[in-house]
Design a binder for this molecule. Structure first.
Ligand code: SAH
Ligand code: SF4
Ligand code: F3S
Length: 461
């Protein structure tokens, strides 16, 4: 059993862990009492996430004590952060596994079987390994992740990720395109390219463009290459982009490539220049908004969502009002909002944690209110319009479920029809809920899989 906490990187890593274990003859179970191996893939981005792990381990303790042969392991970012220390802190733990050490899992499990508790948390800095996602015929996927870079060199002052995921390492374009292509041929319809600052991607071994010459963008080229070389793919997303790598070429790619959705999740963190500077985000409110508006004008109906932090050290009421202003000006249709949480070893620790819990809570609530209002106004504005939904699930109520071209969650009611799983359906929005839409298919009008290449261009042979 693998339990996943944290972000998409962990969701993706957990799939790779499953794959490695399947090759070892393991089968996944949802029943904790049946499991011979329990692996928790952890997150440490905020203190709360770390607490979650500790309480989960506490709950697993009686089980481990009753059945000594059960192997209990911790993977992911807390594993990387704590290493050996975690084995000392949690005496009933058998295994600690860093995010770059998933391929070493079989050898570590053999050691554990031989009675040795093991910890391996070594970054693969010299020859980075990017585990490819082989399509699994037994569990066909409609959407999938593909890693293009790992680690982070940005060092935003509040963030632990550069410690838990290490220095930036980039993957060869040929390897990325080959993986996307194999997935698409295996039936995957939507790929999300993954990286902590995904749009800073450049071809390893080639001198780095983009830093001083924002008119160059290797990432936009990568998107174009995938669009041209993988005609089976219906959608190509990426997460998380950093605002300072939103180049004119990337905006242009959004304008030209139908394959890219009309939506980007672009973390802003704050709307106050003073706070952004202390966070070391390297853009101002104005620069963020310029890039946001450029993206939004690339395509009609383009939307943005974001991540925001309240209560960063020294944040005044005026700073916070700057964040509210940014939310309104950028017109975010969704946002993940967090209270600042001091993390071990981060530069922001030196700034103290001077915004009281009460004030953080109050600002969070005010922020939620503005975001929720914008979200529901946006969803209401879509009633009566047509959306293109990539169908990825069917609910218990018989309704199909999927995401629109802008990433809104859509429940789809079709008349009697054959399965539309994995297909794009064009439907009309009938009703808006708080966080999703209901659309009716009028007897199930299906769009044929569309070509996303400009008509004049030739398909690669
Ligand atoms: N690489 C991504 C985000 C990784 S962490 C990016 O740069 O966009 C996901 C989100 O967690 C961040 O965007 C930030 O909003 C939040 N976060 C990170 N560290 C935090 C901290 N110490 N306290 C509160 N929120 C934090
Ligand atoms: Fe953390 Fe900043 Fe890197 Fe994102 S860009 S992972 S917030 S240091
Ligand atoms: Fe992701 Fe959490 Fe690690 S957000 S990178 S799992 S610290």
């Amino acid at each position: 059993m693998v339990q996943t906490l944290g972000c998409q990187m962990n969701v993706h890593d957990s799939r790779r862990i499953h794959e490695v274990l399947r090759h070892q003859g393991y089968e996944e179970t949802d029943a904790v009492e049946l499991a011979d191996l329990i692996l928790v893939n952890t997150c440490s981005v905020r203190e709360k996430a770390e607490h979650k792990l500790m309480s989960l381990l506490g709950r697993l303790r009686p089980l481990k004590e009753a059945r000594r042969d059960v192997v209990l392991g911790v993977a992911g970012c807390v594993a990387q952060q704590e290493g050996e220390r975690l084995l000392k802190k949690v005496p009933y733990l058998d295994l600690v596994l860093g995010p770059d050490n998933i391929p070493d899992l079989p050898a570590l499990l053999a050691d554990v079987d031989a009675g040795r508790r093991r910890s391996l948390t070594v970054f693969d800095l010299d020859s980075p390994r990017f585990l490819a996602a082989a399509p699994d015929p037994a569990q066909p996927e409609i959407t999938s992740f593909v890693t293009v870079m790992k680690g982070c060199d940005e060092r935003c002052t509040y963030c632990i990720v550069p410690t838990t995921r290490g220095a930036e390492r980039y993957r060869q374009a040929d390897e990325i395109v080959a993986e996307v292509s194999a997935l698409a041929r295996g039936g995957v319809r939507e790929v999300t390219l993954l990286g902590q600052t995904v749009n800073s991607w450049y071809e390893p071994g080639v001198s780095r463009p983009g830093l001083r010459a924002p008119s160059e963008s290797a990432f936009a080229e990568l998107l174009r290459r995938i669009a041209h070389e993988v005609p089976e793919l219906l959608r190509l997303r990426y997460t998380s982009p950093h605002p300072r790598h939103i180049t004119p070429e990337l905006v242009q790619a959004h304008a030209e490539l139908d394959l890219l959705p009309a939506h980007v999740h672009l973390p802003a963190q704050s709307g106050s220049d003073a706070v952004l500077k202390r966070m070391s985000r390297r853009y101002t409110q104005r620069e963020y908004l310029e890039r946001a508006h450029a993206l939004k004008s690339a395509r009609p109906g383009f939307t943005l969502s974001t991540d925001l932090i309240v209560g960063f050290p020294g944040e005044t009421e005026e700073d916070f009002l700057g964040t509210l202003e940014l939310v309104r000006e950028a017109g975010f249709v969704a946002a993940f909002c967090f209270k600042y949480s001091p993390r071990p070893g981060t530069p922001a620790l030196a700034l103290g944690d001077d915004v009281s819990e009460e004030l953080k809570q109050e600002r969070l609530a005010r922020l939620f209110e503005v975001v929720a209002e914008q979200q529901s106004a946006h969803l209401r504005s879509l009633v009566g319009t047509e959306v293109e939904v990539l169908v990825t699930a069917r609910g218990d109520d018989g309704r199909w479920e999927g995401r629109s071209q802008r990433h809104e969650k859509v429940h789809v009611e079709l008349g009697p029809t054959h399965t539309v799983m994995g297909e794009l359906v064009r439907v009309r929005v009938a009703q808006a809920f708080d966080h999703s839409l209901l659309a009716l298919g009028e007897g199930g009008r299906l769009t044929p899989p569309r070509r996303h290449l400009p008509v004049a261009e030739e398909q690669p042979a």
